[in-house]
Design a protein around this ligand. Structure first.
Ligand SMILES: [Zn+2]
Length: 126
């Protein structure tokens, strides 16, 4: 299990989120384990998250530790990843439930950070 937690911690430090996908039954899980919790198949495959939909977002005004006090206020969101599992991460405070969000490359404060998905409108020229 320590190897799995070390892998997750190293991934988060780059601003990325990895989750597990079972190649046997298709189940996805955000909490990493050495087996699929749905069918008990060992060694689920790893995937990297890119985007998702906001379930909830709140702004923190009290820090859980002295280290986080300098970062106040900051927002935390629950995100349903596009491919399945629900995760919690730092987020843009303007995100609202139902908004599409993408992981910011590199993260913020060396942690995963979701920001609003910006879609470009391309108008045809005649
Ligand atoms: Zn499975």
């Amino acid at each position: 299990m320590k190897d799995i937690f070390d892998k997750i911690a190293a991934t988060y430090a780059t601003g990325a989120i990895k989750y597990q996908h079972c190649t046997s039954c298709g189940h996805t899980q955000a909490f990493a384990r050495p087996f699929c919790v749905a069918c008990h198949q060992p060694d689920p495959a790893w995937r990297e998250a890119t985007s998702g939909t906001v379930v909830a977002c709140t702004t923190m005004h009290r820090a859980p530790t002295p280290e986080w006090k300098a970062r106040l206020p900051y927002a935390i969101a629950l995100i349903d990843l596009t491919d399945g599992p629900r995760v919690m991460a730092l987020a843009d405070p303007d995100l609202n439930p139902g908004d599409r969000a993408v992981l910011k490359p590199g993260g913020v404060h060396n942690l995963p950070y979701f920001e609003p998905m910006v879609t470009k409108c391309v108008f045809p020229r005649y």
